[in-house]
Design a protein around this ligand. Structure first.
Ligand SMILES: Cc1cc2nc3c(=O)[nH]c(=O)nc-3n(C[C@H](O)[C@H](O)[C@H](O)COP(=O)(O)OP(=O)(O)OC[C@H]3O[C@@H](n4cnc5c(N)ncnc54)[C@H](O)[C@@H]3O)c2cc1C
Ligand SMILES: Cc1cc2nc3c(=O)[nH]c(=O)nc-3n(C[C@H](O)[C@H](O)[C@H](O)COP(=O)(O)O)c2cc1C
Ligand code: SF4
Length: 658
């Protein structure tokens, strides 16, 4: 990992690159902001060989909203400031050049002016094809952007030919249906991307490296007869050879296209580690040029194996969001200190699906995008602070308060720490969640926090300790189904932690994130599984990527029975009674019609309740604190049952305020 390599005139002092990742931190004018500078500088300090900035738009009409711009000279001062800031901390920085076309369409920008290359828009019907005579103009715009990048002082650039952006759409026989000489045959499909590459290389200094991001292949792209009609890896070999001849130096081998193939673009939990690395190795062998392997390789051991197998670089994307210092920690052998990404998909790329999200963040690292305001400042007046509950919220707040110089007493009523998140780690594909809890426990152990396990914070204990401040982080507890016979159901918590053994046919009640995970847990252990959810779709609360993964899972396992729109009315030890009411809304008139309404009975041997949780009652602590004049704060699920991402964020914020 730490063996230098030279590409053209640039020496990379190690093999880890932070790939291009959108931040949503630009201003509305697509300009660089101080927030962005702080975010990237933090990561540059962390020791990656090269930091790629997020994709920057080369075409004026596509330079909108959150898209970083490089389509005009007006962007040069901001970009230069960013480059200088990264150089000042010893980092190297590249920029990714792209024309988004249909890729930029999720409510963050006015998409009406964007262009797609297909004459017939398969998806929306409202976009215009790029005119043939516009193609050289777009290629020139790529060249002009490369020239600007050189003026800003970037060390490297990357041309984006993947992820269904314009150049990928041209390359892909599935998407490219042009009949103007730029589509139909693969030879034609390559013409426009090669034209753009040529322009970029001609306008980019000879001594500086040019990367090219590609997808190794298309996924889930079929013609009307069901035959695969997308890009194959051998198409890519042909294209990459030509691109190499035009002066591309490194292939950045990603994956992911519109539709179902999208899950590979920003891969998260459930997608195997290193799922795409063999493609990079294959391309290296066939094309004979340096490659960067991409996709769930963010562990030192995986990176080292991939490099040993022949990759020249390894991309660590999510890994850098979760822990900007990851490379430095590896260099120093501090592997246990790495705060690994857990693939939760809840705060980084998910920000693109939350209309009012200010910028990307991270479940494990709420300082993302707030690096300046989150810098730790020693407490002016160190206090004694009692934290009740050592779930993720309690541990986060305790460690940070302690790091600021407060005396912290952290009490947990159980023998183990981690609260509900430990339980989350027992669900399928969530081993990394459990490891995250272990990491947090280690941080508590390394800190000056006074930890007391098997110690519930009671009014008496509060009075005895008499802290200057109380943090109530007592979390939530599973809810019983509020229907007659509700106590017949076993709590999903007891199933996951092994306190109750399921048997026979299992019926899970609840349609949210936890019910889906318990369903997977039971199904994978061979149980006949039915899930009864109240909403039209399963998985409320799941991120975009994980919801897609659940759809895929259910598609692959038709033996799992899914009953939606079903409100449970009564339980008996071996039977679930529910009222099913399915409605359909006419989108034009708004008229709602009932398409199905009936009472159903679902027999089952183990009935599992997964209908969410409620805050643990902490009113006695509040009353005592008020009576004693002890100020207090409530965080996480104790305040309102939600997710760990909320608990950790609130903990991190509070710890900087006290
Ligand atoms: C199966 C499952 C899957 C989940 N999956 C996800 C997910 O994918 N993503 C996500 O973001 N969230 C997920 N969650 C939710 C997440 O785990 C919780 O939102 C989060 O753990 C809340 O953290 P917390 O610290 O506020 O409370 P908790 O985790 O509930 O911790 C509270 C702690 O306080 C202790 N305690 C209670 N009363 C006292 C007292 N009086 N004195 C001392 N200690 C006390 C408890 O024993 C517990 O250890 C999942 C939850 C479950 C159950
Ligand atoms: C928040 C986020 C934004 C991303 N934006 C881009 C982007 O602008 N351009 C790009 O080519 N890939 C983008 N990606 C994909 C990453 O560059 C990377 O290929 C992917 O996350 C797989 O690598 P990883 O498993 O190491 O994270 C993004 C990923 C994330 C998490
Ligand atoms: S939000 Fe989740 S998926 Fe995204 S970087 Fe953080 S831990 Fe990883």
């Amino acid at each position: 990992m730490f063996e230098p390599i030279k590409i053209r005139g640039m020496t990379f002092d190690n093999r880890i690159i932070m790939p291009s990742m959108g931040t949503l931190m630009t201003g509305d004018d697509s300009m660089v902001t101080q927030r962005m500078i702080d975010y990237y500088v933090e990561r540059a300090k962390g020791g990656a060989a090269l930091i790629f900035l997020e994709c920057a738009s080369i075409w004026p009409e596509s330079t909108q909203g959150y898209a970083l711009g490089i389509s005009d000279d007006k962007f040069i001062p901001g970009l230069t400031q960013l480059v200088d800031a990264i150089h000042a901390v010893g980092g190297k920085v590249g920029i990714q050049l792209y024309e988004a076309a249909e890729g930029i369409m999720n409510g963050h920008a006015d998409t009406s002016k964007l262009r797609i290359m297909t004459p017939i828009d398969r998806y929306h019907g409202k976009w215009k094809a790029v005119k043939t005579e516009e193609l050289p103009l777009i290629a020139q715009a790529f060249g002009a952007a490369a020239q600007r990048a050189a003026r800003c002082g970037f060390d490297a650039i990357e041309i984006h030919c993947g992820h269904n952006y314009l150049l990928h759409q041209f390359l892909s026989p599935h998407f490219n249906t042009r009949t103007d000489g730029y589509g139909t045959t693969f030879e034609n499909c390559m013409k426009f991307p090669l034209m753009c590459i040529d322009q970029v290389r001609k306008n980019w200094p000879e001594e500086k490296p040019l990367f090219m991001r590609i997808v190794a292949q298309d996924d889930y792209t079929y013609d009307a007869q069901g035959n695969f009609d997308g890009l194959t890896i051998d198409n890519m070999v042909t294209f990459c050879r030509k691109a190499h001849e035009l002066g591309v130096d490194v292939l950045d081998v990603s994956r992911g296209n519109f539709g179902k193939g999208n899950i590979y673009e920003v891969p998260v939990m459930g997608i195997p580690y290193g799922f795409n690395k063999d493609n990079a190795l294959y391309l290296k062998k066939q094309v004979g040029m340096p490659v960067m392997a991409v996709g769930r390789l963010g562990r030192p051991e995986l990176a080292n194996i991939t490099l040993a197998q022949g990759a020249d670089f390894v991309a660590w994307g999510h890994a850098h969001i979760a822990d900007p210092e990851i490379v430095k920690k590896c260099r120093e052998g501090r592997y246990d200190d790495i705060r690994y990404c857990i693939g939760c998909d809840q705060a980084c790329s998910q920000a693109y699906h939350i209309p009012d999200a200010k910028h990307i963040s991270c479940l494990r690292n709420p300082a993302v995008g707030r690096e300046r305001e989150f810098a730790l400042v020693p407490a002016e007046t160190p206090k004694t602070i009692l934290v009740a509950g050592a779930g993720v919220g309690g541990m986060e707040v305790a460690c940070t308060l302690s790091a600021r110089g407060h005396k912290v007493i952290l009490c947990e009523k159980e023998a183990t720490l981690g609260g509900q998140f430990r339980l989350a780690g027992m669900a399928p594909n969530k081993e990394d969640f459990a490891a995250a809890v272990d990491y947090m426990i280690r941080q508590v152990q390394l800190s000056d926090v006074e930890l007391r396990v098997d110690t519930p914070v009671t009014p008496a204990l509060l009075e005895e300790i008499g802290p200057d401040h109380l943090v109530i982080a007592t979390g939530g507890q599973m809810r019983e189904i509020p229907v007659p016979g509700g106590s017949c159901a076993v709590s999903c918590a007891d199933i996951l932690n092994g306190h109750r053994k399921p048997f026979g046919k299992c019926v899970i009640i609840g349609g949210g994130i936890i019910s889906v995970e318990v369903m997977e847990y039971l199904h994978e252990r061979g149980f006949d599984t039915t899930i009864v959810g109240g909403m039209a779709k399963l998985g409320a609360g799941l991120s975009h990527g994980r919801a897609e993964a659940v759809d895929r899972y259910l598609e692959a396992h038709p033996e799992v029975t899914v009953i939606t729109n079903a409100w449970v009315t009564k339980l008996e030890p071996n039977r679930v009674y529910a009222h099913v009411k399915e409605e359909k809304k006419n989108r034009r008139t708004g008229e709602v019609t009932i398409v199905r309404e009936e009472d159903i009975e679902v027999p089952g041997d183990t009935i599992v309740s997964a209908v969410g949780s409620v805050p643990v009652d902490h009113s006695a602590l509040e009353e005592t604190a008020t009576r004693l004049g002890i100020p207090y704060s409530i965080i996480g699920d104790a305040k309102k049952t939600r997710f760990a991402v909320d608990a950790i964020r609130e903990a991190a914020e509070l710890a900087r305020q006290l």
